[in-house]
Design a protein around this ligand. Sequence first.
Ligand code: NAP
Length: 772
Amino acid sequence: MTAEEPAGIAGRGVAGPRAGVPATPGGASGAPRGGPATSGEPARPAGTPATGTAPASGAALEGDPGPRGVWVLSAAAVRRGDRLAADAGLGGPVLMETAGRTAATLLWKVAGPFSAREPVVVLAGGGNNGGDGMVLARWVARWAGPTAVKVFLLAEPGRLRGEAAVQWSLLARSGVPAFALAGEPAPGAQQGSRQNPGTGAGAAPVAAEFPEPGAARQPAAGSAGAAGPHTEVGPQPAADRPAAAGPPAAAGAGSGVGLAVDPFLDHLEAAVARARVVVDALLGVGVRGAPRPLAARALQVVGAAGVPVFALDLPSGLDADTGEAAPVVPRATWTATFAAAKWGLVLGQGPERAGQVFVVDIGWPQETGTGVGGTGGEAEAGAPGGGTGGFPSARVLDAAGVAALLPRRPWDAHKGWAGHVVVAGGRPGQVGAAVLAGTAALQAGAGTVTLAVPAPVRTEAAVHRPEIMTWALPATAGGEWDAAAVTALAQRERERRGRVVRVIGPGLGQSPGAAACLVAWLGLDRPAARDPAEGASDDDRPADAPHGRPADGAPGTDGEPGARAPEGAAAAGSAAAGPVCRPTVLDADGLNLAALLGIDRLRERPGSFPLVLTPHPGEAARLLGWTTARVQAERPRAAVELARRAGAVAVLKGAGTLIAGPGGELYICTRGHPGMASAGMGDALAGIVGAFLAQGLEPLAAALVAVFVHALAGELAAPAEGIPVQATQLITRLPEALDRIRRGSPGSAAALGIPGVAWLRPPLEGDGAPVG
Ligand SMILES: NC(=O)c1ccc[n+]([C@@H]2O[C@H](COP(=O)([O-])OP(=O)(O)OC[C@H]3O[C@@H](n4cnc5c(N)ncnc54)[C@H](OP(=O)(O)O)[C@@H]3O)[C@@H](O)[C@H]2O)c1
């Protein structure tokens, strides 16, 4: 029966929702990491110290786009990628064969084995998505015999074009039972009692099975697509057969039976009810709008059966760019998406509809990804996939890429090596926010941490962690921040040796004093703020800072993440005691106050000192002057816009946190889970970013590492996906998250031990999950 067993497949997966999640994240031991699908190039060297005395400042990001996770692309960019691949000599048939065969291997792994008693049902459309499904069916038939799979083509075979027509012909040779809508019904044929909703091609279809072997095959009238070279092996034209009005014949018989739409759907219903899994190959990135009536009816049949669904490329009808989904869009258990992930799989309802998503390398030449990566945001007029077509391309953060960025402590490291994080925040009633940021910074590796708070709340801030210092700063009578805190803070910071980083905002409040402090800390109170493109002098360089690395993507700067005395500092105070700009993380009220200043003013900051913004969607909306709804609807664009306008790194928090660099770089973190939506999570993240800045990473690298570590710690703290996690619980898991990343255990490259298949979002690492 089984002609050939797929390579690398051992044993049977477990069917059912989320059954594809293996017990051991990352697949079998020895599974390649950073395989072809995920690592266009070899992993870059870890951030080893450039000088031997200081950590490298994001060496892995210098001159290249950073971690090499899989791409997330718009539908327009996918089409561009296909064209580039074709130009390079890899045409559609080759890509389709690779896509379908790899998907068949994956399907077998998560839901197989299959047999005539537990078959696969493939619901195929008339485009290339359907072609992929037919390739998959052919391979399942080779491995398990032709009766282990049934194909339902929701299109008229005579109208198939290109690769889909070729695949239909090949399927005919395989002996797989297949049903299809055919062309105009035979004269006098019954169409059933229900109204035929049409296919969109204007036909009044009936269904046809493949003919018996050796049965006469004639070209259908007007069916140019199946004529010519494929006619002799194509399906029996419906016009040659009477369309039956009664119940369908038993599936799998392989006898030619012409069926109207309703019997076709009845037959689909019967087959799906006995299926082990349904492969949704109806609509891919070529979908335009919500599924039309006939497609919707077929999808309803599938959805009503409650059988696990394995979607090809994306669940049918899901908008490839926005993740919008009509009610009939299947809730897949697994989705195999080809060449690259699509925005619709990570935005909107995509994550819920797509289930466990695997990114399948179909062999695009490596330069193809780069080609679409930089320009994927350009809109393509009338592009399918919702017409947005304008989202920029992004890379998915994975553990291997993040591990390469982690700072490595030299054996003789001392606390000054790992920098000093100053959390400027806390006010009456909101001290906890600053404490959370400081504690997270400490746990993420900052050498020393200080909470700089208004004097009246110092005691409250000091009781939480003995390792954390507190500075009492000038305050108003009500305990709010006073503008005099600027000079006081500068004096205390000068007492520190080494790199000092500020995390400004957690619990800061929006009082006038806080606003005045922020303006001074950002260096915006001097009339002649230095051009961001202008370099800082060597005199401004901290004692142990590395040399000669660009900061924040600003050309021409020496980019040291240390103290900068902006021009005009003397006007605001003496050079020794006046305000100094330092690498800064802006969060919470720091962002709200910046929004009042105007985000574009952040570009005027002197010396272009490293700056990372960490807004949630509401804060991002205030910064951009958008509505929160618009930010959420256009998250990729919002992140890029924040970074561009501020001339800074922007971390747009939320499900699928986005990290954008000022040079147009864009990354997405698919880790974490809904249980992390709780108070204090943002404060913790801000502190973690500060910790990695303090350890010498460039701002983009610091943000990437921090977001990933934060998400992984949130997974570790949860016993299961969606179980609420408190910020303090997450913070305690940070060292373990770092350890797992460093040891490469959160396997995010090869999935299920299948080369060329990567997780988009690996299984939760939660408590009780075995270490991979
Ligand atoms: N070479 C490869 O292997 C390769 C490369 C890239 C992509 N792919 C696969 O091919 C897919 C893209 O192929 P494609 O461009 O041919 O598009 P498609 O995703 O297969 O969709 C096109 C088909 O869907 C129908 N359709 C569109 N909107 C519809 C709606 N709202 N309701 C019902 N039917 C609708 C179209 O019918 P009408 O024409 O009548 O509108 C057409 O038959 C990808 O998702 C992927 O699966 C394969």
